[in-house]
Design a protein around this ligand. Structure first.
Ligand SMILES: CC(C)(COP(=O)(O)OP(=O)(O)OC[C@H]1O[C@@H](n2cnc3c(N)ncnc32)[C@H](O)[C@@H]1OP(=O)(O)O)[C@@H](O)C(=O)NCCC(=O)NCCS
Length: 217
């Protein structure tokens, strides 16, 4: 089997640096090559500029030592390793209505990226006995080419307000951009519009409205 796309990707990386200018929403969707609703402008290459490092699938975001000597690490992962019961417990904590577990499991399995935050606590020298707990999740569905939509963004209330929700979405966006998926959308609860606006999301770009169809039963 010949992987032309892989070869093309390598060639693209060797091309001059490409920077982005904001373009029309539909223009970027139709052209398919835009990133974050952008058009691309070629700049003179600089030999000193480094390629952005690809994000590892899993890494330690934060490490804190508690007064009692316990170490807490917050681990980001885009590997999709989520126990459906842990997710249900987390959804309960933020007060979301329960969904059937089988459907939740199917939604996780069929997502393009499932990004998680886990808290890992251990005493010095006892890393092997670390206690790992799901404290955040966001997932994205995708056509694997142009578009992705982010769903089910949540952070454990005991860890909210520490910047973790923001980092979770930023890393998820970076993971999508690394896969050359630049049209990223989501449906924001009215209470969290500002949270997403802070992250660069724009409601109703060019007056475009999200429209919903609900069954009439
Ligand atoms: C929304 C949620 C994921 C935010 O996570 P978080 O870890 O508390 O957010 P952060 O601490 O990373 O906040 C990042 C920034 O957004 C702001 N922010 C957080 N929640 C906000 C909200 N509800 N409304 C407006 N701004 C908000 C913070 O003040 C912070 O601003 P700063 O960068 O200027 O300091 C979290 O509150 C949550 O899980 N809520 C319940 C589930 C939910 O509503 N999910 C969204 C469904 S669409």
């Amino acid at each position: 089997m010949v992987f032309h796309l892989h070869k093309n990707e390598i060639e693209v990386k060797r091309q001059p640096k490409v920077s982005n200018l904001k373009a029309g929403f539909w223009e970027s969707i139709r052209s398919g090559f835009g990133k974050n609703n952008t058009i691309q402008v070629i700049e003179t290459p600089s030999s000193e500029e480094e390629e952005e490092e690809p994000l590892p699938e899993e890494f330690v975001l934060v490490e804190k030592t508690q007064p009692d000597g316990t170490i807490e690490q917050i681990i980001f992962s885009s590997g999709g390793d989520v126990d459906v019961y842990d997710l249900q417990a987390l959804c309960d904590k933020v007060g979301w209505p329960r969904r059937p577990l089988s459907k939740l499991a199917a939604a996780l399995k069929n997502s393009y990226i499932v990004a998680t935050l886990h808290s890992r606590k251990f005493s010095l020298g006892e890393e092997g006995n670390a206690e790992k707990k799901l404290i955040g999740m966001a997932r994205a569905t995708s056509d694997h080419a142009f578009n992705a939509t982010i769903w089910d963004v949540l952070v454990d209330p005991s860890h909210q307000g520490q910047g973790l929700g923001k980092v979770l979405i930023e890393k998820l966006i970076r993971t999508l951009l690394q896969r050359d998926i630049g049209n990223i959308s989501l449906f924001a609860d009215s209470k969290v519009v500002e949270f997403y606006r802070n992250l660069g999301f724009e409601p109703d770009p060019e007056g475009i409205k999200g429209m919903f169809w609900y069954p009439m039963y």
